[in-house]
Every structure is written in C-alpha cells, then in structure tokens.
Design a protein around this ligand. Structure first.
Ligand code: PHE
Length: 342
C-alpha cells in the first residue's frame, strides 16, 4: 500500500507537469483529488488493515495528499496569472485615433445668434416640428382657404380632425411658436426660437424641403418700429461687420402689420454690387414687422395694452452667405467632405 501511495504521487506529479489548460487541470483533480478519485480509494482501503499500519499509512497518505494539493494549487495559480497576462495592455502602443466631430455650419450660425440674443435678454424657445394647422396658419392670421396659404407649399400629414380637415402639418415656419410662447408666458416677452422647418419645395441649389429658421418675438408696452429697426441693425452688424447698414422695404406677411423685408449691405462687395447680391448691393436676410393685433389676440395678449415685433431669419441662407456655400442641399447631405470644413 505504501508503494501504491508513492506511485499515485509520482504519477500525479508527472501528469501535473504536463498540464496546459484549465480543462486538463480539472480532469486531473477529478482523477486524483476528488471524493471519487484514486486517493479516496486508498483511504477507504485503510479500514481493512491493522490499527498500527493504519496509523502509519494514514499519516503518509495525508502528507502525500497535502503535498499533491499544494502542487496542484501552484499550477492552478500560474495558469490564472498567465490568463491575466494576456489581458495586459501595452500603454506604449499608439492609440486608436478618435475622430473629432464638426459643428454643422447651420448650428454655428444658430449659436452665434443665440449668443447675441441671450446677451440682449432674450430667452430661447422651442416648439413642435409636427404642428397643428391652427398654430402654423390660422392663429397667424392665415385662415383655411385664404390665398396667403399659397406662399408656403406645405406637407400635410394624413390624419383628419372632427371637421374632416387635415389638422397636422410639418411646420413651414417657426412663427407658430410665437403663439405658443405668448400663450405660455404672456406679456412682456422676449424670445428667439431656432428650429427646423419644412416646405414642399422642388429642390435645387437654392431650395430645400428641410431648412432652419430663427424666429424672434418681443412683446411689451410701446414696442414700435424703431425698436425693430435698432434690433435688426444690431444683428446685421454682429453678423456681417460694423459697417453693415440696414434697409427695410415693405413686404406682406399675414401675421405682421406693417411687414417688411430687412436687407443688409452686401458684405462681399460692400454695397457696390456683385453676383451674390445680384448687383443690388443689398442682401435680403430677414422677414419682420410689428405683430398683427389678431395674432396677439390668438396668443392671449391684449393688443389694446401691448404691442410687439417679430422677425424671422433663414439660417441656411445666412450660413450660405457666411461660409460661401453654393448649394443649400449640402446642409442635409451628410457629406463628410462638406462637413469637415467647419
Ligand atoms: N415666418 C416668415 C417666413 O417664413 C418670416 C417672418 C417671421 C416674417 C416673422 C415676419 C415676421 O417667411
């Protein structure tokens, strides 16, 4: 029996030295060290021998088993630390390059306007892109079937209301948020509303179905045309430089009265006339006017007490002028070569 124990020990150590992975290690454990392993059999056999021999052999068996257990643990440890080594990270290797994103040119212009207007005490408002017909048109003094609706080709969404009319429209302008903000905050109110708008355009280098505007609204006591003019002058100088001049020419917008187009001296030719300003020296930049009393009323503001001004910039056009971009469709193209320039 003594030799048997020795043999198991030798055999075990020999096999242990050849272990390559955890699976082999587990097999070895089963074969020798588990309750059904070879060693347990020996221990069982002890009950058939004399007391003295049992004592001697028992001691021997325990020492040998202890020794096997220790060696076994050693191998298990070294296997584990080997596995850990393969997770080792070489910090001296060159890293994976993480590309920086670029801020979209429309966002750049939007940020610039937001900075300017917040510094003038305006808050920044927001409204839904999928808008009700009421907010987008009716509340802005453009009732159903009114010819002024033709000014903006519109995407109606197929879902009819109780009156059997299409009630939902992708907003064609940020102006509906004028009404929403007046209803929410009342007067006095100073806000700009940057946002995405949609029109059913046949797209070309100057027309796009999805584009951005920044709306402005200022409601209070005695807000007048002089306020509008000075505000638009400040914006022009900020956008196009200190020498920029503003001229205002009458233009019809249903929600303002009087309404006008704000034009700035062409920054490219300094007003002399060039291709970009179509040789007029002026750039049409902003629609504006004093808010129509009906619109104030729709916003829950009493036109007998308050008056207001409103204006709307096309952000894409501003970005096109500022960065010399010749095709409006580039903005939505997702073209990396275009976007990486900003
Ligand atoms: N919403 C108008 C447009 O999209 C612009 C505008 C805004 C004009 C506010 C006047 C006042 O054409």
């Amino acid at each position: 029996m003594k030799t048997q124990i020795e043999k198991i020990r030798e055999e075990f150590l020999k096999q242990l030295a050849l272990i390559k992975d955890n699976e082999e290690l587990r097999e070895l454990e089963l074969k020798y060290l588990s309750r059904k392993g070879e060693f347990s059999e020996i221990m069982h056999g002890l009950k058939d021998v004399s007391i003295e021999l049992r004592k001697e052999l028992g001691e021997l068996a325990n020492t040998v088993k202890g020794e096997m257990q220790t060696k076994f643990e050693e191998v298990r440890h070294s296997l584990e630390s080997f596995a850990k080594k393969s997770d080792f990270i070489d910090v001296t290797l060159p890293g994976e390059k993480i590309e920086n994103g670029h801020i979209h040119p429309v966002t750049l212009v939007q940020n610039e306007l937001e900075d300017l207007f917040t510094s003038l005490g305006f808050m920044i408002g927001d409204g839904p892109e999928l808008e009700s017909d009421y907010y987008n048109f009716t509340a802005l003094n453009v009732p159903p079937l009114h010819p002024a609706r033709d000014m903006q080709d519109t995407f109606y969404i197929e879902s009819k209301n109780k009156e059997d009319q299409y009630d939902l429209v992708m907003r064609t302008q940020t102006s509906p948020v004028q009404i929403r903000l007046m209803q929410k905050y009342g007067a006095p109110l100073k806000a700009i509303i940057p946002g995405r708008c949609f029109r059913n355009e046949a797209t070309d280098s100057r027309h796009e179905h999805t584009f951005y505007q920044v709306e402005g609204i200022m409601v209070g006591k005695d807000i007048n045309f002089a306020n509008l003019k000075s505000l638009l002058e400040i914006v022009g100088k900020k956008l196009f430089g200190a020498n920029t001049e503003l001229r205002m020419r009458p233009k019809f917008f249903p929600f303002v009265e009087p309404g006008n187009n704000g034009e700035y001296t062409c920054f490219l030719c300094q007003g002399k006339g060039c291709r970009v300003c179509k040789y007029t020296g002026w750039l049409e930049i902003v629609g504006a006017g004093l808010i129509h009393p009906d619109v104030l009323r729709a916003g829950g503001v009493d036109p007998e007490i308050y008056s207001g001004l409103a204006f709307g910039f096309g952000l894409n056009r501003l970005a096109m002028l500022k960065y010399n971009i010749n095709d409006v469709r580039l903005f939505n193209s997702g073209d990396i070569k275009f976007l990486e320039q900003f």
